[in-house]
Design a protein around this ligand. Structure first.
Ligand code: AMP
Length: 398
């Protein structure tokens, strides 16, 4: 079965295509600057040269048309004709409390995704544009929606209800949803495979540390708490997002700096995090370099970032009454020994002991010392493969 995976943003569309017989990635690509001048498609087939197309791409319909052309291209194509695509899996950021699993897309599902525009104004509209564009181009192909929030629907009420008046929480469906669920689920499953244990018997803490960062407590394969909340702004310090903060400080700042709601929203999402603390960059590579050269605010940004992750690890160990494995993933989690060390220093009380040599070796999966009661693992995430797997599973049974 050939599965096309689509991750559709407001001005970009990423895709990967898999042959699910061996879970083999055939090609991946990016349509960039949709609706903006200078748009292009970059198509990278496996073991072949890349194809770059530079032309005006005005909307998601054209982006999908171009994607199909690249996939069926005479030289750089990976399928002969578009009929070979058996199913399409879409990444959808927000499923609200309506979707606890991936689902085959129908008109009703599309309507429900649209009803969540209010809570995910940046992410759900482009996802639906991608879905509609595929439906127009490939009307006979089954489409599946895979939600970033679905994995966290197992979180109990005591962890997802905020201390607002209950009727207000219900009226607006204002609660913790959590994000990066596809990634947390994937690395938790991979960790269980690596440890050769049944996931139902494991207490894991998964740390998805990229430009956006979140952490989850996964007990017996189910998410029981996570740091992102109603939106992806809560929780850890991120590249440019503020994470946890006293809500009263926002009111204080709005008054002092004369900011309206839109300005405050943009400030919290784009000007804060390690960028705001350091004043230099949201990229941890820049911060690590500058910190080595004695830049105090860059070192401080790294310290605050690691400290927040460490606090959550403590909290989630308490929530689960112990932890068998701490897993690092995403850009920073997979690539920065410095940050992993800062986070896992002094976790002896959990029986988690970092092996410094392994931590500094690229490609090492287990970075805890031999005999460490709690394992520390580095597991590259693969959200696209997870989406392809869910799509394959649902299409097989539908
Ligand atoms: P992601 O959002 O998962 O793509 O992660 C992107 C972030 O990972 C970048 O902003 C970098 O800060 C971080 N990153 C990637 N590679 C490295 C590295 N070798 N060392 C430190 N940070 C890295």
């Amino acid at each position: 079965m050939i599965v096309l995976v689509i991750n559709s943003g407001s001005s970009s569309l990423k895709y990967q295509i898999f042959d699910m017989k061996e879970e083999q990635l055939l090609a991946k690509g990016l349509v960039d600057r949709i609706g903006i001048s200078g748009s292009s498609l970059t198509h990278q087939p496996l073991n072949k040269e890349a194809l770059v197309v530079k032309e005006d791409i005005e909307n998601h319909n054209q982006a999908i048309e171009l994607t199909v052309k690249a996939l069926t291209h005479q030289q750089q194509g990976v399928i002969k004709e578009m009929n070979e695509i058996d199913a399409i899996g879409h990444r959808v950021a927000h499923g609200g409390d309506r979707f606890a699993d991936s689902t085959v897309i129908s008109d009703e599902v599309s309507n429900k995704i649209a009803m969540l525009f209010d809570v995910a104004p940046l992410h759900n509209p482009p996802a639906l544009m991608g879905i509609e564009a595929c439906a127009r181009m490939l009307p006979k192909v089954t489409q599946v929606a895979v939600f970033d929030t679905a994995f966290h629907q197992s979180i109990p009420e005591k962890a997802y209800i905020y201390a607002l008046p209950y009727e207000i929480s219900k009226k607006y469906s204002l609660r913790r949803y959590g994000f990066h669920g596809t990634s947390h689920k994937y690395v938790a499953q991979k960790a269980a495979e690596f440890l050769q244990k049944d996931i139902s018997a494991l207490k894991l803490i998964t740390c998805h540390l990229g430009n956006g960062a979140s952490i989850a407590a996964v007990n017996g394969g189910k998410s029981v708490d996570t740091s992102m909340g109603f939106t992806p702004l809560e929780g850890l310090v991120m590249g440019t997002r503020v994470g946890d903060i006293d809500p009263a400080s926002l009111l204080f700042l709005m008054e002092k700096e004369n900011m309206n709601i839109e300005e405050m929203n943009s400030f919290l999402n784009k000007k804060c995090g390690v960028l705001g603390i350091s004043g230099l960059s949201s990229d941890f590579r820049d911060l690590e370099e500058a910190a080595k050269n004695g830049e105090h605010r860059c070192q401080l940004a790294l310290d605050i970032f690691a400290y927040r992750v460490k606090k959550y690890i403590g909290a989630y160990s308490a929530v689960m009454n112990g932890v068998d494995g701490i897993i690092f993933t995403a850009g920073l989690g997979e690539n920065s020994p410095t940050i992993r060390q800062a986070i896992t220093e002094d976790l002896g009380y959990l029986g988690a002991e970092l092996d410094h040599e392994k931590n500094n070796r690229r490609g090492e999966k287990e970075i805890s010392k031999q005999g460490s009661r709690c394992k520390i693992l580095v597991i590259p995430t693969n959200e696209e493969l997870m989406i392809a797997r869910d799509t394959f599973r649902l299409v097989k049974t539908s």
